[in-house]
Design a protein around this ligand. Structure first.
Ligand code: PEP
Length: 256
């Protein structure tokens, strides 16, 4: 039985005061939910204040993520970068890796994502690894090839026994921030395919333990139909994670 996991990717939004208010508002209104894992990913500068505010208020059920990290795990001459050790020190437990916006605007590669995933696992951070096809790839019927390539590249060299400790997020790029959600059937088809690749890589038992989130215009109105699909284990949410009421509603609908 895989626990559902809902993660909010705040992207480059929220000044410090608003970030703390959003996180504590979400935490306050979800503290009774025992059947879903909840994560918020503020912008880098807000990570430490958000984590501290949650800790000071005694909220341990809402975890904190960043939206990226560097491959060097501790410190060094890497101007502008932040390491896994620094993220742990700031109170982070998760890190989103390979989001399509990072691939598109910042040159993030499959090999880089794989490297970062290994570093995250080795330093006590849960990677949420994003994969997904473009509209052109879907229209050219290349979705499955693209997804298989990305999954294999992201997981290359990661020990089978560590796979259940990471999370995959299937995010069709044409559905991110566009208001166009993949239908539950379209999403389930790809999620089942991803799980079949995991089975080939590591066997059925491990494949059944890996959580696969769906991401792309998830909102309170469509979460129930998505989360009820057998291979959809949660959601990575952008826009709808920026309002307490919407994120709480997603959490409540996913609470098993
Ligand atoms: C995302 O940024 O990962 C995302 C899915 O955004 P949205 O929910 O706004 O489509």
């Amino acid at each position: 039985m895989r626990r559902h996991i809902i993660a909010g990717n705040w992207k480059m939004n929220m000044l410090l005061e608003d970030a703390v208010a959003l996180a504590t508002g979400v935490a306050q209104n979800t503290k009774e939910l025992g059947g879903v894992d909840l994560v918020v990913a503020p912008a880098m500068l807000a990570v430490a204040p958000v984590a501290k505010a949650l800790k000071d208020a005694g909220f341990t059920h809402l975890k904190v993520a960043t939206q990226n990290m560097h491959t060097v795990p501790t410190k060094g001459a890497y101007t502008g970068e932040v390491s896994a050790q620094m993220l742990k020190d700031a109170g982070c437990d998760f890190v989103i890796l390979g989001h399509s916006e990072r691939r598109q605007y910042f040159g993030e590669t499959d090999a880089g994502v794989n490297h970062k995933a290994k570093v995250a696992l080795a330093h006590g951070l849960t990677p949420i690894i994003c994969i997904g096809e473009t509209l052109a790839e879907r229209e050219a019927e290349r979705t499955f090839d693209r997804i298989e390539f990305q999954v294999r590249a992201a997981l290359a060299g990661i020990d089978d026994k560590n796979l259940p400790a990471l999370v995959l997020a299937y995010e069709p790029i044409w559905a991110i921030g566009t208001g166009k959600t993949a239908s539950p059937e379209q999403a389930q088809e790809v999620h089942a395919f991803i799980r079949s690749i995991l089975s080939k890589l590591a066997g059925d038992e491990i494949a059944q333990q890996v959580r696969i989130q769906y991401g792309g215009s998830v909102k309170p109105a469509n979460i129930s139909d998505l989360i009820s699909q057998p291979d959809i284990d949660g959601a990575l949410v952008g826009g709808a994670s920026l309002k307490v009421s919407d994120f709480v509603s997603l959490a409540v609908s996913s609470n098993a």
